[in-house]
Write a protein that binds this ligand. Sequence first.
Ligand code: ADP
Ligand code: MG
Length: 142
Amino acid sequence: MVIETRSPEETFRLGEQLGEKSRPGQVYTLTGDLGVGKTVFTQGLAKGLGIDEPVNSPTFTIVQVYEGGRLPFYHFDVYRIGDVEEMDEVGFEDYIMGDGVSLIEWADLIREILPDKRTEILIEKDLEQGFDYRKITITEME
Ligand code: ADP
Ligand code: MG
C-alpha cells in the first residue's frame, strides 16, 4: 500500500490511524533517511495508541517505553547500535514477543533479528513533487 502525504500533519494523521488500529504484539519497522518524517509518524502512532506523553527519538537509549496508552508502546531507535547483540541486552525479544506495540526506527540495521511477521513502513521524499511531499509504503510481512 502506498500513501502520499503533503504535510507533516498528514503523516502524523496516518500514524494516528495506524495507532488506533494497532493490536497487541504488533511490530512496525520504520525506514527512511534523516529528516524524512519518522519521528512525525511515530508521534502520530503514539497519539493513536492514546499516549499523551511527548514522544521523541530515544537518543540516549535504544528503547523508550510508554505505558500510558491503550497498549504499551515500545519505541526503538537502533541508529547508534554497534552490534545486534546489544539488542539482547535491552531485552528486544521480550518486547517484541510481548503484548505491547513495538516500533523500530532504522530497522534495516538489525534486519537479521526482526520477526517474520511485521509491518514495514518506508518513508521517502521526492523533491520533484515538492519539499513537503512524502511517499509512504506500508508492507505486511508474514
Ligand atoms: P526523522 O525522524 O525521519 O529524522 P523528523 O520526523 O524528525 O524526521 O522530521 C521531519 C521533518 O520534515 C519535520 O521538520 C517536518 O515538519 C518536515 N516535513 C515536511 N513535510 C512532511 C511530511 N509530508 N511528512 C512528515 N514530515 C514532513
Ligand atoms: Mg527521528
